[in-house]
Design a protein around this ligand. Structure first.
Ligand code: ASP
Ligand code: MG
Length: 466
């Protein structure tokens, strides 16, 4: 069971988390808990590290002092007197070590990736200790496990790659016996260490990855990702209030959606579980009754072609026209080298005989990109664009889907179209101002008679009655 930052953001959230875990234990299930840092703590630790790296010792220590009081206050709200005193001491020790580290970085005035990982690791080290203590007081036999003893990685600081065989061995040695003894092991997500014991991190959002590594490594019956939404929805409920929860979705579909903006979880991180056919559930810790979304290796049959519609805004279309040279050898490489230099993320590409159109995230450096590209081609840029991405494994089996999609949005101006190579997504670019209208029309067309084996139509009926 993995709980994200909002599920451990304060004493009340940790309380809810304990109740959810208690419910699983009552059912006779053995659970291992992986937690993120308390909400926003990772960002603040990164800011402290950056300040120290600039030599701003006072700034770095001020951030650390605020974090120290937040953690102590939360522990105080969470625990009775004796366990609080024990935990308070442990928290002070951690922050004293953090402050020493920040002073050292400020003195040198240089922040390496390796030291950055050490600074940011404090978030999960602290939250996992606190949650373990909270569980212990609430009869769940919580036991803290330092994730760095089990999650063994390479030395690619900032985005280390896990060494799965070593992890499995460590989990079997250190965590399995705790389960056998009736304990609830609690470990921080996101952090690990090299074989030599140097602290590493798995990259932002890495706690889901930890959960998948632990669940995969121990061949768990299920992995639960507890977050603050009811699961994956047919589209953004802020645009379409009657959007439905998707009950089951395939790993590939979830991956397409995550890439194009549905921010529930990054599926690459749950790959270790999916490869072992362990189902992954996305659940809401603020609404634990809700059944969430189940992500499986193979998609169940669905009567409608699409599972979900995602929209990504703030994109720019770049049209590159070069009448003679375009398709000659090395030309595309020259174009993409420029994009690479400015670290532009390309979402969609389409080519004709004389031009390439591509879309990138809008950013401040685009004028420089345009100037550099104009040395090799005529360049036109159009900002304020958005991408609509429709995902579903069952596009394949349906004829005339493209016709239905584009007649549903026949009143908006479509600039670029692509049917993904994966054959499970259909995407197109429109003006940002048209997003709401297009999403509503598409949702109405494709989800007015939803397949009740895949979509939660009961919620829609309940809201209609209310
Ligand atoms: N705390 C880390 C982050 O904010 C990891 C996670 O929450 O998954 O990126
Ligand atoms: Mg997260």
């Amino acid at each position: 069971m993995k709980f994200g930052g909002t599920s451990v953001e304060d004493a009340r959230a940790m309380e809810r988390t304990a109740a959810i875990v208690g419910g699983r234990r009552k059912k006779g299930l053995e659970t291992i808990v992986v937690v993120s840092a308390m909400a926003k703590v990772t960002d603040q630790l990164l800011a402290a590290a950056a300040a120290a790296g600039r030599g701003d010792k006072a700034g770095a220590l001020a951030i650390s002092a605020r974090l120290r009081s937040r953690h102590i206050d939360t522990a105080n709200d969470l625990l009775e007197k004796d366990p609080f005193i024990a935990l308070e001491m442990a928290i002070h020790q951690e922050f004293d070590a953090l402050d020493d580290l920040l002073r050292g970085i400020s003195a040198v005035g240089e922040l390496t990736a390796r030291t950055g990982d050490l600074v940011v690791s404090f978030g999960e080290r602290l939250s996992s200790r606190m949650v373990a203590a909270a569980f212990d007081q609430r009869g769940l036999n919580g036991t803290h496990v330092d994730a760095r003893t089990c999650i063994i990685t390479d030395a690619n600081f900032g985005k280390a790659a896990p060494l799965e065989a070593a992890i499995e061995a460590k989990l079997t040695e250190l965590v399995l016996p705790l389960l056998a003894a009736g304990k609830t092991p609690v470990m921080g997500g996101f952090i690990g260490s090299t074989v030599e014991g140097i602290t590493t991190t798995l990259g932002r959002g890495g706690s889901d990855y930890t959960a998948a590594l632990v669940g995969g490594g121990l061949h768990a019956g299920a992995i639960e990702i507890w977050t603050d939404v009811n699961g994956i929805m047919t589209t953004d409920p802020r645009i379409v209030p009657e959007a439905l929860r998707v009950k089951t979705i395939s790993f590939e579909e979830a991956a397409e959606l995550a890439y194009f903006g549905a921010k529930v979880l990054h599926p690459a991180t749950i790959l270790p579980a999916v490869q072992k056919s362990i189902p992954v559930w996305v659940l809401n810790s603020r609404n634990a009754e809700n059944e969430g979304t189940k992500i499986t290796a193979v998609a169940p049959k669905c009567k409608s072609p699409f599972k979900s519609i995602a929209a990504k805004k703030r994109l720019t279309i770049i049209d590159i026209v070069a009448s003679r040279m375009l398709m000659s050898h090395g030309y595309l490489k020259a174009v993409f080298d420029v994009l690479d230099k400015y670290r532009c993320v390309v979402d969609m590409v389409s080519t004709s005989e004389v031009s390439i159109s591509l879309t990138v995230d809008s950013n401040e450096r685009l004028p420089e990109v345009a100037e550099e590209l104009s040395k090799i081609a005529d360049v036109k840029m159009e900002g304020n664009k958005a991408l609509i991405c429709m995902v579903g494994e069952d596009i394949r089996g349906h004829n005339g889907i493209a016709g239905q999609v584009f007649s549903a949005v026949s009143h908006v101006n479509v600039r670029m179209i692509s049917q993904g190579a994966s054959e499970i997504n259909m995407s197109f670019m429109i003006d940002e101002d048209d997003v709401e209208e297009a999403v509503r029309s598409l949702h109405k067309h494709f989800f007015s008679e939803p397949d009740d084996s895949i979509f939660d139509i009961e919620a829609r009926v309940a809201t209609a009655k209310a």
